[in-house]
Design a protein around this ligand. Structure first.
Ligand code: ADP
Ligand code: ADP
Length: 232
């Protein structure tokens, strides 16, 4: 479970203060797919970066599984951080490493044994349908395939939560649909909670259980997708 309790984030831009996120309260339940939708500049990236420990809130608290991140020791933060995987619009793959190495390297850094790493890479590459692409480099893959590798890399850490920052925004509609189906499968079959941000309402309507709409740093509407985006 992810809880944002009156979370605000202010940035200093030259002489101005920019309130990127303003007093946001949200609870994302275990097992759900939750979307935050809004235009560019609404504060979505700032919000998701606070859930992923990349930014600390200026005010308010972020809780993961009942733990207040502000109150965790470095060691506890590291353990909690491992429960969270993330995928991005730009995939963030290493161009000089093969598909296999892209997934294996972060696991090696965690000190996981070679035997377990091999098993996990094979398991998650099979799950995303890319077992035959192990020895390819990212440049040899399509955008959808690169995102599948990034998803396998995130899953190989066996996270409880998957964060998605505009994961389908660079993809054509058909590829987007295939990636969204994969995310649904991951949620249903592996029980992984998904928290995504997007500027595309279609994405939210296709896979999210609940949605929050952000505008100028605030959540202006929140609820089940069918209530927030009623069909005419
Ligand atoms: P979104 O993801 O919805 O496009 P962002 O969270 O990226 O919104 O940005 C919200 C606001 O915060 C924008 O005005 C942006 O310029 C500002 N902002 C985001 N990140 C930073 C940063 N690191 N430093 C200064 N201002 C930032
Ligand atoms: P997005 O809309 O997806 O957040 P941006 O291009 O706004 O993409 O942001 C890309 C990166 O630049 C983010 O890591 C964000 O923190 C940073 N950033 C965005 N706006 C500013 C800003 N005004 N000043 C400094 N950094 C910024």
């Amino acid at each position: 479970m992810i809880e944002l309790k009156h979370v605000s984030k202010t940035y200093q831009q030259k002489k101005n203060m920019v309130e990127a996120v303003k007093a946001v309260d949200l609870t994302i339940q275990k097992g759900e797919i939750f979307g935050v939708v809004g235009y560019s500049g609404a504060g979505k990236s700032t919000l998701i970066r606070m859930v992923n420990f990349l930014e600390a809130p200026t005010q308010g608290e972020v809780w993961i599984n009942g733990q207040n991140l502000n109150q965790l020791s470095k060691k506890e933060l590291l353990l909690t951080r491992r429960k969270i995987g993330m995928i991005f619009q730009g995939y963030n793959l290493l161009s000089t490493a093969t598909v296999y190495e892209n997934i294996a390297k972060p696991l090696q850094l965690e000190g996981i044994s070679a035997e377990v790493i091999e098993k996990r890479v094979n398991t998650y590459l099979a799950l995303v349908g890319l077992s035959d692409r192990k020895d390819n480099y990212p440049a040899q893959l399509s955008g959808g395939q690169k995102q599948r590798v990034a998803i396998a890399r995130a899953l190989a850490h066996e996270p409880e939560i998957l964060l998605s920052d505009e994961a389908t925004s660079a993809l054509d509609p058909e590829t987007t649909e295939a990636i969204l189906e994969l995310l649904l499968k991951i949620n249903k079959d592996l029980g992984i909670t998904i928290f995504l941000i997007t500027h595309e309402i279609d994405v939210v309507q296709r896979i999210c259980d609940r949605v929050a709409v952000m505008e100028e740093g605030r959540v202006i509407e929140e609820g089940p997708v069918i209530q927030v985006f009623t069909q005419p």
